[in-house]
Design a protein around this ligand. Structure first.
Ligand code: HEC
Length: 151
């Protein structure tokens, strides 16, 4: 990604976050129409992510520490914060959805946040918290949870 693209995404993210927000609209919980289940992956993007990264105890610990409050301890999308979000966290065990996403898309969602891959800003970006190797191995862990690969 060029710097210009990054700036564009950054600016767009800000606006979309402002427009849609992400918090708990207590009382009147407006359920936004769910995101489209399958967006075809851009063909060119997959090869840049190496296929396999080891999933270690550290990966699982990282997931438990940073991801479970939304995605749930077993990745089922049922973490304690899930009901407070206007868009439900993804169920990482749902193969029928995750098969439609490339490893690159999952990587980008984790590193840059939901907006970077056309998903909700409620999925935060972790690029400042987790290094690339850890993000790759989290993608591997999600592939374990769904017991699936990208088509
Ligand atoms: C604040 C709550 C929250 C936390 C914490 C969180 N997520 Fe998410 N995540 C979401 C939401 C909400 C979505 C669904 C976005 C959508 O479908 O539009 C999502 C979606 C995803 C997706 C799917 C993106 C796609 O292509 O549809 C992946 C992968 C993901 N999260 C990984 C992680 C990982 C790994 C962590 C921990 C490092 C994490 N998330 C932490 C809320 C969270």
């Amino acid at each position: 990604m060029t710097f210009k693209n990054f700036v564009q995404i950054f600016l767009i993210s800000g606006w979309v976050a402002l427009l849609f927000g992400c918090g708990d609209n207590a009382g009147e919980r407006v359920t936004p129409s769910p995101p489209p289940e399958a967006t075809p992956a851009p063909e060119a993007s997959s090869p840049s992510v190496p296929k396999k990264y080891a999933v270690t105890a550290k990966t699982r610990e990282t997931y438990q520490w940073y991801c479970t409050q939304c995605h749930g301890q077993k990745g089922k999308g049922d973490g304690v914060n899930a009901r407070l979000l206007t868009v439900p966290p993804r169920d990482h065990t749902k193969a029928s959805y995750l098969e439609t996403r490339t490893d690159k898309q999952l990587f980008d969602a984790i590193q840059l946040g939901g907006l970077a891959v056309g998903r909700a800003p409620c999925m935060p970006s972790w690029g400042n918290t987790l290094d690339e190797e850890m993000i790759h191995s989290l993608v591997g862990y999600i592939r374990e949870l769904c017991e699936c690969e990208a088509f």
